[in-house]
Design a protein around this ligand. Structure first.
Ligand code: CO
Length: 460
């Protein structure tokens, strides 16, 4: 019997985030939700990552309401979100009570699958979110942030997978955020994990370097169960490879693919129009759609290269680009080879630029790097260079335990603080995650409601 390969459609989250900075408002995809629901995806990734932040900041949408509306129109497909472990959706660690309530409410509002990752692959940062996901009755997808370094061996990844399984993960995701995983690496890593555990494996990559189709193909040959793809008009470049193309190719190779072609055709026809609007207004830039092999040469994610460029430009030091680029892997090695993903990618990049511009390494250090050296981001893949750590921390001792253990509960005090303003625990959670944005959003919402109330009276 043909082996089945399942698809996660990313147009509503990762493709939206990678190509148009998450600017897709609910109204622009509402009419497609029933079609997406019929297309036969394993899951639709639609929440988490930057969606929460951008909803409040730019789209003037309540992220919770957006999720409930998607849920209502998609009763048959699992809804998936991306969660940054103890960071939830932010860039620093939150107390456990917030992580637990956030996960519980995400599931109550419609999420079925939570993909939980940590920038350092420190399982201690995944524990609370994983447990909360299992307790809420959702699928915990334990995630490896994929990177390459002398200490990131397949044996290490397999060890991590076993720990994730013990924590309650029912699927494993290999998350190649930079699109640097090649076909042979995919084949070898998926085989190694499949040999070690009997669990569904999902591979997530990006088309950035052009490897993705080949990487998926070899991963499928090695037994991967689920791949992440984007409907064609929102595929390619910094997004995922195209859904329809992979469905076509995998079927031709004899795999079972339960994707409804009429539904994906309708989705593609519709999203072409949406894409064209975002091209016309300049939100979708041709650069994001193109193949860029630079990351293969530099082993630095594409997003980091453009950040380096813009930092140097601001400081009128574009001539230092090559030097900063060469310094980046050195800083990464000093810091114990963190995977370069938010927030570590920013921290390492900024430090590399500092080291080059100061003409002296670690003369100036950001407060984030200092916190990182104190252990506030968790256990690093390899030890931080001892001399550099000592130079940065001085007499301060690094943490030995889990940083979140030192944080005071935040939910109850925030409930009290927002009495009369917050209408629900969801509001309280939005406020804890993004206080300024949420406050502004609550004010806007109130003004809108008062306007509508006046309008209703006049009408009556
Ligand atoms: Co991604």
């Amino acid at each position: 019997m043909a082996r089945k390969v399942q698809f996660v459609e990313t147009v509503l989250r990762d493709a939206n985030q990678s190509l148009i900075a998450t600017r897709l408002p609910y109204a622009k995809f509402e009419s497609m939700l029933e079609t997406i629901d019929k297309a036969g995806f394993y899951a639709a990734e639609c929440w988490g990552g930057a969606t929460f932040d951008v909803c409040l900041r730019y789209l003037h949408e309540d992220p919770w309401e957006r999720l409930r509306k998607i849920r209502a129109k998609m009763p048959n497909t699992k809804l998936q979100m991306l969660l940054r472990g103890q960071n939830v959706l932010g860039y620093s660690h939150y107390p456990d009570d917030f992580v637990k309530l956030f996960v519980q409410k995400a599931v109550e509002n419609g999420i079925d699958v939570i993909r939980i990752f940590d920038a350092l692959n420190d399982v201690n940062n995944l524990k609370v979110a994983m447990e909360a996901t299992v307790n809420a009755g959702a699928i915990a997808s334990g995630t490896i942030s994929y990177t390459t370094s002398p200490v990131h061996t397949h044996a290490k990844y397999v060890e991590m997978v076993k720990e994730l399984k013990e924590m309650g993960a029912s699927t494993i995701c290999i998350k190649d955020m930079a699109g640097i995983m090649g076909p042979q690496e995919a084949y070898d890593l998926v085989s190694a994990i499949k040999d070690a555990v009997d669990m569904p494996i999902d591979l997530h990559t990006h088309s950035t370097t052009g490897l993705a189709f080949m990487t998926y193909l070899k991963a499928v040959e090695a037994g991967v169960d689920i791949i992440d793809t984007a409907i064609s008009p929102f595929s390619g470049g910094t997004s995922q490879p195209a859904t329809e193309t992979l469905a076509y190719a995998l079927r031709q190779l004899g795999y079972e693919v339960d994707i409804d072609d009429a539904a994906t055709k309708a989705m593609a026809d519709y999203f072409k129009g949406v894409r064209d609007e975002f091209i016309a207004d300049g939100t979708m830039m041709p650069k994001a759609m193109a193949t860029d092999t630079q990351c293969l040469t530099y082993q630095v994610p594409g997003g980091m290269l453009s950040n380096l460029l813009s930092q140097l430009k601001q400081m009128n030091a574009l001539d230092k680009f090559d030097e900063a680029l060469a310094e980046t892997p050195k800083v990464r090695a000093d810091m114990g080879y963190p995977p370069l993903v938010t927030p570590t990618s920013q921290m390492v990049g900024v430090q590399a630029v500092r080291n080059v511009l100061d003409g002296q390494r670690y003369k100036t250090v950001s407060k984030e790097i200092k916190a990182y050296c104190r252990g506030e981001y968790g256990r690093t893949p390899a030890p931080i260079d001892a001399d550099i750590q000592k130079m940065i921390l001085g007499d301060e001792q690094p943490l030995s335990g889990r940083y979140a253990d030192s944080l005071e509960p935040i939910v109850e005090p925030t409930r009290e603080k927002l009495a009369g303003i917050a209408k629900s625990d969801e509001d309280v959670l939005s406020y804890i995650a993004f206080p300024n944005l949420a406050e502004k959003f609550f004010e806007e919402r109130k003004a809108k409601e008062e306007n509508m109330a006046t309008y209703t009276i006049v009408e009556a």
